[in-house]
Write a protein that binds this ligand. Structure first.
Ligand SMILES: *[C@@H]1O[C@H](CO)[C@@H](O)[C@H](O)[C@H]1NC(C)=O
Length: 239
């Protein structure tokens, strides 16, 4: 009964969130491989990232601590699904879901970033990486914590702070499928202090002026480490 009520409330939340790219509360979401429990989830995610060569091209092997839920009005990122760019025009809602209930609820500042390592194409990525989005102040959602729904409702009004505004995926014609990679980042030293993150000087090459450079370097410079990831494929309808 409670679960049902929560689910309904959650649906209402999810539709609310569509209006603005804010971080919303506890949507019931099924992370990849969740039936296998946390271990299965972790292994499946890392294996998909390797299969897609996001590891090692964009990020290194990491320990997933948070499930990265990315939801647009008419599309959802699902670890390697293919989406129509037309449905990705507005910034999505982001939830970073804590899968381990006994993890000390941390108050570290969480950041989400979106990068395209396949610009202009995966075969010839001379413009890569392209920085599509950096937003910080993303709330952590506890997957098992049903009691805090009301506090989440109020939190749902909290907007994330853009470091680099969202630029929707716009893969050029005849460049095949691009990987669009979402990464959740947390301060490496575990500080709970407010971070002052640098804004990349440009989207192309994340401002570093070098092919294949981007998210990894920016995260390193800002003392951040990867704690979660998700990705989609998108391509231009003209191929
Ligand atoms: C932790 O890392 C952040 C971001 O790099 C830095 O600003 C801060 O000074 C560091 N804090 C400690 C205690 O090392």
């Amino acid at each position: 009964m409670v679960a049902m009520a929560l689910r309904l409330a959650v649906c209402a939340l999810a539709s609310l969130a569509v209006a603005s790219p804010s971080v919303i509360g506890a949507e019931q979401q099924q992370p990849l491989g969740s039936v296998d429990g946390q271990h299965g989830t972790t292994k499946a995610l890392i294996s998909e990232l390797k299969k897609a060569e996001i590891i090692p091209t964009v990020i290194d092997v990491f320990t997933p601590l948070l499930t990265v839920s990315i939801v647009w009005e008419k599309a959802t990122a699902d670890v390697g699904n293919t989406l129509d760019p037309a449905k990705l025009q507005e910034a999505p809602s982001v939830q970073l879901i804590d899968q381990s209930p006994d993890a000390s609820s941390s108050t570290v500042q969480l950041t989400i970033a979106l990068t395209d390592p396949d610009a202009p194409s995966r075969d010839e990525p001379e413009w890569s990486e392209i920085c599509h989005w950096i937003a910080t102040g993303v709330h952590r959602t506890d997957a098992d914590d049903a009691d805090e729904l009301s506090s989440r409702l109020s939190k749902s009004k909290t907007k994330v702070k853009d470091i680099m505004p969202y630029k929707p995926p716009g893969p050029p014609p005849k460049t095949g499928k691009h990987r669009y990679v979402f990464v959740a980042l947390a301060p490496k030293n575990g500080t709970t202090e407010k971070l002052s993150l640098s804004k990349p000087g440009d989207r192309q090459h994340w401002g570093y002026g070098e092919e294949g450079v981007g998210l990894r370097k920016w995260a390193g410079e800002n003392g951040l480490e990867v704690v979660g990831a998700n990705f989609i494929y998108a391509q231009n309808e003209k191929q």
